[in-house]
Design a protein around this ligand. Sequence first.
Ligand code: PHE
Length: 320
Amino acid sequence: LESAGLVAFGQAESAEGVEEARIEFLGQKQGRLKAAQERLKTLEPAAKRGYGQRFNAVKQALEAACDGAKARLERPASLEDRGIDLTLPGHRPRLGHRHPLTQTADELIDLFGRFGFAVARGPEVEDVRHNFEALNIPPSHPARDPLDNFYLSEGTMLRSQTSTVQIRVMENQPPPVRVIAIGRVYRPDTVDATHSFMFHQIEGLMVDRGVTMADLKTVLRLFAQSYLGEDVQIRFRPSFFPFTEPSVEVDMLWHGGDRWVEMGGAGMVDPNVFRAVGYDPDEVTGFAFGLGIERLCMRRHKIDDIRLLYQNDVRFLSQF
Ligand code: PHE
């Protein structure tokens, strides 16, 4: 009886199956256990004791097997039973995305990559040699003024321009060179709608035999049209940088169409810079440029205040 019951409960595959086994073995009216109990009454008193103990053990085992089978087959109440409507739209998780400045940087890397420029990197904590000396900026030059730079300890500073990377690249490889470098630069400027004490630049450097100013203007114009649109207007103004000769400043017509905003500086690499890194200025020529990434991003997305790019207000960021 016991083993037959255990098998029946153990093999039951549905609630109905368990119920059938329960009725067969534990049923109050005609169950097999009930029958065994009836037999107890017919026994001699001497036999009753042992039989009774055995009876109780079997009864407990079968009841436990019955409970176990029920628990095994019990399914949680369905979602519908719990009042949950699976056809309702769910809560859409809010996904993050890249910051607009990072998007701009990635796009510039992609664009210049198609012009054949590889990506170079340099440290933000720089030495004075890479930030000034090798760039033909003598100790007396006003660009070195402590009021215009973040000097750190002995001969180091937060770089004020990514032109430092030009030097690092040329120190480490012979010409030809065609690289860009993107990163943060630091200047103690007063913060306003178009200035910040930290911003990002993209530096470009191309050195080879016979590189000319026409190449520089072509690359910058093609780049501006690719990133800002075919109809963008840019202009080159004569300027001066110690590390380029001749030098220009590059302006773009702002998105309102009513004013020119400086995009950055550029020019033909000064022979003194080539000498500082061991290149022969009679062998190669080159151009370099340094553009502000924030302003490119602002012109592209019609953003009017640079500070929005640093405040990380999700209402602003989620628009890009
Ligand atoms: N380094 C210059 C600046 O920060 C920009 C520049 C780069 C000019 C390369 C000429 C050549 O203003």
